[in-house]
Design a protein around this ligand. Structure first.
Ligand SMILES: [Ca+2]
Ligand SMILES: [Ca+2]
Length: 218
């Protein structure tokens, strides 16, 4: 993936996700996503899980007339979509539909309106529309809130992220993406990260404050 996208995802994860994740886990729904696995590669490990950064192609259809409303292969120069799984970057139904999937696996899924665009609809999608997606998972990576990302930043392995450690990480990411930036940006981002994540104000970000996904043992 392009480095700037990865970096943006990282920042987005730092600033946005905590409340969304908690909100989602308390919600229940009576309707389910119907999943039909249409292709499984002979090697089907590892499987995708919440918090992974996934790369997928998917085509979306309106169930009532099978008209196509979205095609990742023809939009945005045909680049597959990157997103963090299970945290609300896509509709809830897709967050569910792409779980436990391996690279190369294909699925056809039926998503009820309650897990898609509900009674309001969106753009080409009318109110109360059931959606069908054909999905191909192309890649699974460690998400920005993974244990690995935390450990990568935690240079002295004390299970806390200090200002220096995050600053170092930002410097590395900036260097990798190679864009010219005003030097003040670095400080502003760092300030923002601590304001939004250092809830007890001790100048360190703990695994809990960082909100490492619950499935990962730390
Ligand atoms: Ca540390
Ligand atoms: Ca703290």
């Amino acid at each position: 993936m392009h480095l700037c996208c990865r970096f943006l995802l990282f920042l987005q994860a730092f600033s946005l996700l905590a409340s969304q994740i908690q909100g989602q886990e308390t919600q229940t729904t009576e309707e389910d996503v119907k999943i039909e696995v249409t292709f499984v590669p002979s090697e089907c490990e590892p499987k995708s899980k919440k918090g992974d950064l996934v790369n997928a192609h998917y085509d979306g259809y309106l169930a009532h007339n099978m008209s196509k409303f979205f095609c990742s292969r023809s939009e945005k120069d045909g680049h597959p979509k990157w997103f963090v799984l299970g945290v609300g970057q896509v509709i809830k139904g897709l967050d569910i539909a792409l779980l436990n999937m391996c690279r190369g696996e294909k699925r056809k899924v039926v998503i009820p309106p309650s897990l898609a665009y509900g009674d309001k609809g969106y753009d080409k999608i009318p109110p109360n529309a059931t959606l069908i997606f054909e999905i191909e998972l192309l890649g699974i990576g460690r998400g920005p809130r993974s244990v690995e990302a935390f450990q990568q930043m935690d240079l002295d392995n004390d299970m806390q992220l200090s200002r220096d450690e995050i600053s170092h990480y930002l410097t590395e990411e900036f260097r990798k993406d190679g864009k010219k930036r005003d030097p003040s940006v670095h400080g502003l981002i760092l300030k923002d990260i601590f304001e939004k994540n250092d809830h007890d104000g001790n100048g360190l970000i703990s695994p809990k404050e960082y909100n490492v996904y619950k499935h990962d043992e730390l």
